[in-house]
Structure formats: C-alpha cells, structure tokens
Design a protein around this ligand. Structure first.
Ligand SMILES: [Zn+2]
Length: 444
C-alpha cells in the first residue's frame, strides 16, 4: 500500500470517528449542575454540566436588578461541560449585585432552559474581612475595627428609612445593605471607574446598597451621619416612585434627599440667593437628567432642588411629597407629578420659585445665527479639459541623452520595458524547463 493511500485511509477513518462523535454530541439530554463563582474586579465564572453532551447551540442569560431584559451570551460548547467567564475587570459590576442566570440550549427543534440560579458579586478583595450585623431593615457590613461606627450607620439607616417612609408615603420594598470601607482606595475600588472624585458616600438604589467611606479624610462624624440619611432617602425615594416608564427628575430626587438631612433647606438657600444675584439660576428642565460636572454648577443644582422641595412643603404641606411619589408610581411625567403634588401646573410652580428669589424664570438661550463666510476665496482659473491634443508638438526623441548626459525619462522607461521583457522571457523558459523535468520524473 502506497504512502498516500495509507494517509487517505487514515483520514477516512478520522471522518467516520468524527461522525460518530457528532452523533453522540447531539444526544443533549438536559442541564445538570449549575455553578458560579466570582472574584471581585476580575471575573464571574459560570459553569454547567450538559447531560448526554453538548447541544447544537448554547446561551447564558444574565440579569441584574433593575434591568427588564436578560443579556444573552452565546457560549461554545463541546463535551459534557460548558463555562463562561464574565470579565468584570473590563465590564464594571457594582459589588453586592445579585446576578440571576439561566442556561438555554437549542438542540434540533428543542429549546431547553435550565433552572434560574443566582450569584452575589461580593467585594472579596484581599484584606476585606467582612463582618455584618442586621439592624431592622439594614444590614451593616464592616471590616477591621469599625464595628461601633457601622452600628451607628445602621441605626441612622433605620431612622432615615422610617422618616422617608412617612414623608414619601411608602414602605421600603426590601432590606438595605450598608458597606463601610476604611480607606479611600478601598471605597473608590467599590464604586468603579465612573465615580466622581469628591464622592463621600453613594447609594445604588437598584441593588439597595449604600457604600460609605469611614475615615477622618471622608469628613466629620456629623457629615458622615448626614450623608447616611441622605443616601438612605434615595433608596426610599426609589421605592416610592418605582415605575416602568422613567426616572423622576434628578433635581427632585437629590432635593428630597438633601432636604431630608435636616428637614429644611439649610445653607442651600444662601447658595441660590447668591447665584440669583450673580450668574443666574438654572431652568429645572436643565437639571432633570444630569447635573453639571463642575463644582459650582453641581452645588447650585443640589441647592435649587433642596429649596424647591422646601417651597413645596412650606406652601402645599408635607403631604405634597407623598402625592407626587404616588403620581410617579402611576406613570406620571415630571410635570404631572408636580401638579399632582401642588395642584398647580408645573410652569406656575417654577415661576413662583424664581419669583421667591426675585428673578425671572430662565429662558432657553437661542443660538446665534451663522453669519455668511468672510473668507476671500480665490477666483477659479481656466479649467484644463484633460486628454491628448493631437496638434501638440511631439516630445523629444525617446532615449536621447539629456543635456547633462543622463538618459532622459523616456529612455529609462524603454530600458525598463526591455529589462521586463527579458525577465519575462527568462521566466517562461524556466517554466518550460521545470515542467519538462516534472514530466520526465513522472514517467520514471
Ligand atoms: Zn444624593
């Protein structure tokens, strides 16, 4: 048997084995054990065993709190196990997020889904030896020697929840987790790359989690306690306004949280008064989605929200807030919610607000018209129609030496053509020689 024949037979056998293996792989018979593991800031790994072998196609469905749809990841599968690694070093995921996952297989005409399972993405960085205690609706987590401080935060959370529930006419939809970090680095490591550098505390309402940074650097004890009440009010506000249509106005959310710190506008009135007589105030429409990044714009946005909430409570009673949150739950727009709370159209409420600071409501700034160009443009010259003029003078003889003795451009071209022709002829001869040799060898 020739060498080639032996190779072909081996290949044919390999194909047969391949077919048998594919048949076995098609015998997917459901999902076995589901497993998941995570390392904070690195990854979340999902694994599943495939009874009978891999299906034709496999997907992993991932869901996080607050998202209305699953994120679908196609996963390559062969054999009886499959896994997917979610690279959370690239895709930031907030710690304490409860990830719900499910596997889905397509095999022939059949679609099979696994049970749903969850994994909590814990902040398990080295050195964070978490301890926790439950205080009413709050579970506080701390490490190191911060127990007393953590317990104090837990008590403040309970107080903030109680006050918030009463003011906003709601009951908390679930427990709240509070994580107390001991250093700025550890705290910002939890908040991810989008955090503002001045952040001292942060609430992630969707996952009902508050992150605090407990150190003298973060602020005084009074500041930390105020911040705690502020953040927990955000979570109560989230529950009080939760709806599938839109987020309530940011100025209102921050305004209620800041106003709740002490139950009044505090020093924010002076900030608005000062800006009203200086650079001017923002339209509420301008601070509905986002606040300016700059310190001055950010501070004024918070202050306008807080003083507006103060005006609403003073004029229309504290129940106005609960009427507004109830309207949001029913799907009201910002304007409709403000009217539901106060009984007057939103435009009128805005006008009253600006009047209380002695200014007119800001109006949109119209763009300046674009003036005609004042650039001097060169006048267009005669257009060259291109092509070859048959009456034009013939170019000098090709190949004639130029004045400095070097061959002219034309001569060089001809030389090149001659060289190319020679090379091509040589290649042709070589090809003939090679093919003849090949013929001779084939006959031997
Ligand atoms: Zn806030």
């Amino acid at each position: 048997m020739g060498r080639l024949t032996r190779w072909l037979l081996a290949a044919a056998l390999a194909c047969a084995v391949g077919v048998i293996a594919a048949d076995a792989a098609a015998a997917f018979d459901g999902f076995g054990t589901l497993e998941a593991d995570s390392a904070y800031g690195q990854n979340i790994t999902f694994e599943v065993s495939l009874d009978g072998g891999a299906p034709d196609e496999l997907e992993l469905l991932l869901r996080t709190p607050g998202s209305d749809a699953a994120f679908v990841v196609p996963v390559d599968a062969s054999g009886t196990r499959a896994s997917y690694v979610w690279n959370t070093a690239v895709d930031y995921v907030t710690p304490n997020t409860l990830v719900t996952y499910q596997w889905r297989a397509f095999d022939g005409d059949e679609v099979t889904v696994s049970d749903e399972a969850t994994i909590r993405y814990d902040d398990d960085r080295p050195g964070l030896d978490w301890q926790s205690r439950q205080l009413g609706e709050a579970t506080v987590h701390w490490y190191g020697d911060a127990e007393a401080q953590a317990v104090r935060f837990g008590e403040l959370t309970a107080l903030g929840v109680e006050r918030g529930e009463e003011r906003l006419g709601t009951t908390l939809a679930g427990p709240v987790d509070v994580f107390v970090y001991a250093s700025r680095d550890a705290f910002f490591g939890a908040l991810g790359p989008g955090a503002r550098e001045w952040t001292g505390a942060a609430a992630f309402s969707e996952i009902r989690t508050i992150f605090m940074w407990n150190s003298a650097e973060a602020g005084s004890q009074a500041y930390l306690e105020t911040a705690m009440v502020h953040e927990v009010t955000h979570i109560v506000f989230h529950d009080a306004t939760d709806n599938p249509f839109h987020e309530p106005a940011r100025w209102l959310n921050e305004g209620i949280a800041t106003w709740s710190e002490a139950g009044d506008a505090g020093g924010d009135r002076a900030i608005v008064e000062n800006e009203a007589s200086g650079g001017g105030l923002f339209a509420f429409d301008a601070i509905t989605e986002q606040f300016p990044i700059g310190e001055r714009g950010g501070r004024l946005s918070y202050a306008q929200g807080t003083t507006m909430v103060d005006l609403i409570v003073d004029t229309y009673g504290p129940e106005a807030l609960a009427r507004m949150t109830a309207a949001y739950r029913d799907g009201a727009s910002d304007e409709e919610a403000l009217e539901a709370g106060t009984g007057i159209p939103a435009d009128e409420l805005y006008a009253d607000y600006y009047a209380s600071f002695g200014v007119e409501a800001p109006t949109p700034i119209e763009p300046e018209p674009i003036a005609p160009s004042n650039v001097d443009r060169p006048t267009a010259g005669e257009v060259d129609p291109g092509g070859v003029d048959p009456d034009a003078e013939r170019p000098p003889d090709e190949g004639s030496p130029s004045e400095d003795g070097e061959p002219s451009g034309g001569g060089f071209d001809v030389g090149l053509i001659v060289l190319l022709a020679a090379a091509s002829a040589a290649a042709g001869l070589a090809a003939v020689a090679v093919s003849r040799r090949a013929e001779r060898r084939a006959r031997s």
